[in-house]
Design a protein around this ligand. Sequence first.
Ligand SMILES: [Zn+2]
Length: 276
Amino acid sequence: MIKVFRAFFLLLVSLSAGAASAGPVSALDIMTFADSFECQDKFPHHSFCEAVQFKPWTGEEKAIVGSYLSKINDPRLAGVLKAIQQTGITKIHRVTYSARWYSNPQFRRVEFVRSAEKAFLWVNPVTNVIGVTDSFFAGTPFMDPYAKVDRKQINILHELMHDFDIATDHKYSTDDFEKAAGWDWNGKEAVVTGLDYEKAKAQFQGVLALVKEKKVAEAYALDRELGRANGFPTLYALTGQFECFAEAVAYYIFDPTAPQYYRKDLKTYLDIILSQ
Ligand SMILES: [Zn+2]
């Protein structure tokens, strides 16, 4: 009887060892759903919990987000998933709101305040928390016209790329990436070269104006159209290099037409880092 039990135990060990060496297949293999979060007097300060309002996941919500995570399974993401698994944030929390942070010199601590921003989900690099907000479930799903997947699907990979970026100390979103995407410093601000950057910034204000008018689908379509015309997935990708990195990878994976409009150097760079 004892012998049988031992053999079964060994079989289990060898199976799990095999799975570990093969690496994660999808984001669902590395992410876990967390139902609560502890705030502290010092850090993360209670104002963080008050601002974002953590709550437990429902079974239905887990199934929805889990389904999106399982579709983040492109073989090119193997290295990204492994890096997140080893040094990144692997817990996903359910929150009500988004938050901003600032340092309070009087109490020598970072404090948080609720933000009106209706982000679907966020990665907070100060507290190392990934939060999925009420907006994620309330927001209307609609297909990306080129990627043929729900924009929420792309959005989740975008946030996981921030997770990866933080886990790798921005190694892949600086230096070579800056060159490949065309980021440069003009003495005043970071700009993207090889296009009319002032014009692109003004166009992005037009996108934000549509969002304010609650024309979200139109805003998304315009953001994509004008981004593509400039050699990027969205105009939003031009708002900063970390956003550019997250957008560039997320659409490269999900939009099969991306190689047709990405600038050549960016494409070459992504092909290199996504084969590692
Ligand atoms: Zn982002």
